[in-house]
Design a protein. Structure first.
Length: 637
């Protein structure tokens, strides 16, 4: 699983030393326990408690189930009867809003609407928590092994370490004043429209938390070991320890952001009388729209990695359109062209197990053609075509799949210890950080780093993975190490050799890695082309009933799911065929429809999303729904 995908460590000597000592503590009563249960456990797992000389012990999962057994709730196969996972979200908020409008209805060419709007939301609870076993080695060994013989009234105990907890209480307000006017220059021929809107948005976070910590209900509890790792009956939902655990979290400082913006639009509408159309409507518009900025959920331990806030998104949009009715009203032909210029386009990324928003500059453009043809009272056809393009401007962001971004002296550090983090702070297991090596070698391979830690009586926390620190150099990652992101190189006298990447190193750089230029890349999730074709036929049946079979076919070209244009983020083109058959009675009082969506039963990938590095950077794919066949019944009163 992603959450325990850590580098292999030789912990045999540590276990061989700890087991006799723990056996003594249990036998002496200093730690509550049952020596008989311990003996049984040791006999059940000889490779763990008495490994062969020179071999590494196996970390047991208590009560293993060969082949797994399906969970009755999720349907997922569990391979341990003591594996526990709990994911819960709760929210409590109150909203108030109000709007006042004043509109005119003059006989003259000018009319307008003006008004004001106010909205507020106070969020008292925005609570998200995950408790799970197997999150780290301590949970695997202590939780699944020691928990099996601590006193539990005959119930199997399971470790609940760590727990991810996120809470974002705060409040938001939005207020605006607006005015929109219409001026008819020539009735039924030429009209001007214009509008303006002022808005101000305020957002604040108070005591927000995003963190992993151990569940800890106190040293006096018989279900806790040394105030560090707590154990609960396998049937327990962890509620008993959650309140105590929350006391271990350090909230981030309160923060707020205010955005004030002015939006506007101008539209001209022209309805000429042309010989070759039944009717024609031409329009052109220019507008400025916006989306307010806001705060990112930055914990007390992720400062320097996640930006504390993001800027408001502003869009200058130009559009021109032509709508025509042709062939004695049987054909509707519409054409549209558009151009969008984004300033501070907002896009989301995932790090430290939470989403955060960044900004970039971008442009988009495209056109659309729509045809609806009804040659007689029975047949109807529709066709819609789109063509789009986009380009990101001079922007930078960290690519979490390659946070070193080709820098020759960059070192990618995968944190392998719960409790590690820059400046002694981060408690996110499996998180990563980036280091600049002025020596050209990794900390794991530098004798000076080992000597500095040896002087403190500690081992070098950095380790080169199998294959060496330079094994990914050909792929743009110069050096890789396991280790931790807490080391204070300056305090060790190594400040001239290593430092953590920060914004001072370059555009887009942060503790997460080096910023990668996005200039010229596609805006994510925007396909270049789409095609939508539909056809239906209306049969008139005796008694005034109608029977309408219909077919719709949709095709979409591929697109990139992220801003980096990496090959792995490419989503291929896909298509879908839908069919339906509807029966309607004479006065249209009721209808019955049989339908089938995704008739070809394709399972195309329609989107991708990269998970946080604390979850192993796995990619979630969003698949096309399978074939669905159903019946819809309806009535009109």
């Amino acid at each position: 699983a992603s959450y325990n995908d850590q580098p292999e460590e030789d912990i045999g000597s540590a276990i061989n030393t700890a087991i006799p000592a723990f056996e003594t503590l249990v036998g002496s009563g200093l730690i509550p326990g049952d020596a008989g249960r311990l003996a049984s456990l040791m006999a059940a797992y000889p490779q763990t408690f008495n490994p062969a000389p020179g071999s590494a012990p196996l970390l047991p999962w208590s009560n293993p189930i060969p082949g797994g057994i399906a969970n009755t709730t999720t349907g997922v196969a569990n391979f341990s009867s003591l594996a526990q996972f709990r994911d819960r979200e709760s929210n409590e908020s109150h909203e108030n809003s109000g709007e006042v409008r004043f509109s005119t209805s003059f006989d003259g060419p000018l009319n307008f609407t003006m008004g004001a709007f106010y909205w507020e939301r106070n969020t008292n609870i925005a609570d998200y928590r995950v408790t799970f076993t197997g999150g780290d080695y301590a949970a695997l060994f202590l939780g699944q092994t020691i928990g099996a013989f601590l006193p539990s009234g005959g119930q199997a105990l399971v470790g609940q370490d760590p727990m991810y907890y996120q809470n974002a209480p705060g409040n938001s307000t939005s207020e605006a004043a607006f005015m929109d006017a219409t001026y008819v220059v020539i009735p039924d021929l030429l009209t001007f429209k214009a509008g303006v809107r002022w808005g101000q948005d305020k957002d604040s976070l108070t005591n927000n938390v995003a963190s992993f910590v151990s569940l800890n209900s106190g040293a006096t509890s018989s279900s806790c070991l040394l105030s560090a790792f707590c154990f609960l009956p396998a049937s327990n939902n962890a509620a008993a320890t959650i309140a105590a655990a929350q006391g271990n979290y350090v909230p981030a400082p309160a923060t707020s952001k205010t955005t004030s913006l002015v939006d506007y639009r101008a539209v001209v509408e022209y309805t000429p009388k042309l010989d070759f159309t039944d009717s024609t409507f031409i329009y052109a518009s220019w507008s400025r729209g916006s989306k307010p900025g806001n705060l990112n959920l930055v914990s007390a331990t992720t400062v320097g990695a996640i930006p504390p806030s993001f800027k408001p998104e502003e869009l200058d949009a130009a559009e021109i359109g032509l709508k025509n009715t042709l062939l004695d009203g049987t054909l509707q032909a519409n054409l549209t062209g558009w151009y969008y210029d984004y300033k501070n386009f907002q896009f989301t990324s995932t790090a430290f197990s939470t989403l955060f928003t960044q900004n970039l500059q971008a442009k988009m453009w495209g056109g659309e053609a729509e045809l609806i043809w009804q040659p007689d009272e029975h047949w109807q056809f529709n066709l819609q075509l789109t063509d789009s393009g986009s380009a990101i401007g001079n922007s930078f962001a960290v690519d979490f799949r390659n946070p070193i971004a080709g820098h020759a002296n960059g070192v990618y550090i995968k944190d392998d210890a719960l409790g590690g983090g820059q400046n002694g702070g981060s408690d996110f297991p499996g998180n990563s950080c980036a280091i600049v090596s002025n020596t050209g070698v990794s900390p794991a391979d530098d004798p000076a780093v080992s000597a500095a830690f040896a002087a403190l009586g500690q081992a070098n926390p950095f380790k080169a993975p199998p294959g060496g620190a330079a094994q990914l150099a050909a792929h743009g990652v110069a050096l890789v190490n396991y280790g931790n992101c807490t080391t204070n190189f300056a305090a060790l006298g190594l400040g001239n050799s290593y430092h953590y990447v920060s914004a001072a190193d370059g555009k887009g750089d942060s503790l997460l890695g080096f910023g990668k230029s996005l200039k010229g890349n596609d805006v994510p999730r925007l396909p270049e082309n789409t095609v939508n074709i539909g056809a239906q036929y209306t049969w008139e049946i005796d008694g005034g009933y109608t029977l309408v079979p219909r077919a719709d076919y949709f095709w979409q070209s591929g697109f990139n799911s992220s801003v980096f244009d990496d090959a792995v983020d490419q989503v291929s083109s896909w298509d879908q065929l839908n069919l339906s058959l509807q029966l309607t009675n004479a006065d249209q009082g009721w209808f019955a429809k049989v339908f089938a969506t995704n008739v070809m039963d394709s399972r195309n990938i329609q989107g991708k999303e990269l998970a946080s590095d604390t979850s192993g950077l796995y990619t979630t794919v969003f698949l096309e729904d399978p074939r669905i066949v159903g019946v819809t019944l309806g009535a009109h009163f």
